[in-house]
Design a protein around this ligand. Structure first.
Ligand code: 5AD
Ligand code: SF4
Length: 473
């Protein structure tokens, strides 16, 4: 598994929160405040829950005090993420009590991976919670809410047999437009890899791939409403497989070729991948598809063969390095990003040094690194040789210093480069806009450079640590 939980400044780390911006709901309707923790798949799921709730008369609000329903879409990937949910629930209990004193009802719901992992335990620990709903049953949300409004407490954490995607309503054209010119599209969910540190196979269930026709229809709808860039999501996105209209088995590479034919869809990305599923067709897509952006998030977790084995990654460090060589041979300008875990049980100084060595060899444009956090129920948690927190801290600092330097070096190479930038949103300062480079860097430019949704040719005039500055050419 691995769904990277941060893309540049668009997403915050797991545990950080983002409220879904509000709709212009009519004042008579019910209101939902949706807070999203964790990865991009949760961001996508929150949007689909908002769509399901819209069909049930709920408008989204970003003012929690106005909400009739507060729904937390939670993340269980590391300890801190789940603990933040429980402390948020403490605050909601107080808010709910205040509202009740004024004779107003406020329902509290927990969705996402903590909901799936903890189930009924959430209501036991936080009695203010009215409903707990796991990621596989979001299409049942309107029905669950009807029962909750009737006074029941509901825990809905089955792995549903029906296809939730088929039952979830699509967003309206106006809603897609409001969400902007880039969009996520989940094509695959769940994971059968069972890395020994990871909770995802237990929270998201076994691997499923959405059918080609469903994905193409959703992508066409997005493009028709003005979306220019689509990021395909999956915990193991490159394990996606299906059958094409040609009757042949398709992998992600073939799917990307099909999506590239959709008028208006100028940019494609996908995340997150497992090294074992990078097949030839996918590497060929990087070579042959202009619209497939030259950026690849390919987590390795560790550079030590011993630790990779204990993690059940089922490849060696040298396999990963060879793979990157092949990818770079296909697409010379591709930027690599990765995830790393330090302090996995049994990790010695020499193992950690092997990770540092691998990082030096690859040279990452971006990265996410974490201290190992034992997740209950995973094999890693039961292993011997847990590493001291202080040692984990030290290793993390050392690794992050190297990775940050690499990111800054990468950004510095952009000085003077002419590139296409997709203009995404207004800048923080008047007269500015923010766009995105092919390598996922935020690019600040003058509003005269173009409209939101335009892809414009610019020259990079300055490379800051977090973003690039550009002028039109
Ligand atoms: N402890 C620390 N990091 C973890 N990740 C997943 N599980 C754990 C854990 N138990 C990291 C991996 C993964 C990313 C999404 O989160 O690096 O790729
Ligand atoms: Fe996403 Fe769930 Fe993994 Fe968190 S635990 S990163 S929400 S899939």
């Amino acid at each position: 598994m691995e769904l990277n939980d941060t893309i540049a400044d668009t997403f915050e780390d797991a545990g950080a929160v983002a409220a879904l911006p509000s709709l212009q709901g009519d004042s008579g309707s019910r209101k939902v405040f949706l807070k999203t923790y964790g990865c991009q798949m949760n961001v996508y799921d929150s949007q689909r829950m908002a769509d399901a709730l819209a069909s049930d008369g709920y408008a989204t609000t970003d003012t929690i005090e106005d909400a009739d329903l507060v729904l937390l879409n939670t993340c269980h990937i590391r300890e801190k993420a789940a603990e933040k949910v429980y402390s948020e629930l403490g605050r909601l209990r107080d808010l709910k009590a205040e509202r009740a004193e004024r004779g107003q009802e406020m329902l509290v719901g927990v969705a996402g991976c903590v909901a799936q992992a903890e189930g009924r335990e959430i209501i036991r620990r936080s009695p203010a919670v009215d409903l707990v709903i796991g990621p596989q049953t979001y299409h049942r949300l309107p029905d669950v809410l009807r029962r909750v409004r009737g006074g029941a407490k509901i825990v809905e954490t089955d792995y549903a047999i029906e296809d939730k995607f088929e039952h979830l309503p699509q967003p309206t054209r106006a809603e897609i437009k409001r969400r902007g010119v880039t969009a996520f599209l989940t094509v695959q969910e769940g994971c059968d890899k069972f890395c020994t540190f990871c909770v995802v196979p237990y929270t998201r269930g076994s691997e499923i791939s959405r059918p080609v026709a469903q994905i193409v229809t959703e992508a066409e709808r997005l493009a028709e409403a003005g979306v220019r860039e689509v990021t395909l999501l999956g915990q193991n996105v490159n394990a996606w497989h299906g059958h094409g209209p040609d009757g042949k088995p398709w992998g992600l590479g073939r799917l990307l070729f099909r999506l590239a034919e959709i008028p208006g869809l100028s940019r494609l990305r996908y995340t997150t991948s497992h090294p074992r599923d990078m097949d030839d067709a996918l590497i060929a897509a990087h070579r042959d598809l202009d619209s497939l952006m030259p950026y690849l998030h390919l987590p390795v977790q560790s550079g030590s063969d011993r630790i990779l084995k204990a993690m059940n990654r089922r490849h060696k460090a040298s396999d990963y390095l060879k793979l990157i060589e092949r990818i770079r041979a296909a697409r010379g300008d591709i930027a690599m990003s990765g995830d790393f875990i330090v302090g996995f049980p049994g990790e010695t100084d020499a193992d950690f040094e092997a990770t540092m060595k691998l990082v030096r060899e690859v040279g990452y444009a971006a990265s996410y690194s974490f201290k190992y956090s034992p997740r209950p129920g995973t094999p890693g948690a039961e292993m011997d040789g847990h590493v001291d927190e202080a040692v984990k801290d030290e290793r993390l600092q050392e690794l992050q210093a190297l990775l940050n330097r690499q990111q800054q070096d990468f950004n510095a190479t952009m000085h003077g480069v002419v590139m296409d930038v997709l203009i995404e949103k207004p800048g923080r300062q008047a007269g500015q806009r923010i766009g995105r480079s092919p390598w996922l860097q935020p690019v600040i430019l003058d509003e005269k450079a173009g409209e939101i949704g335009d892809i414009v040719k610019v020259r990079i005039t300055r490379a800051g640590p977090g973003s690039l500055f550009a002028e039109p050419v």
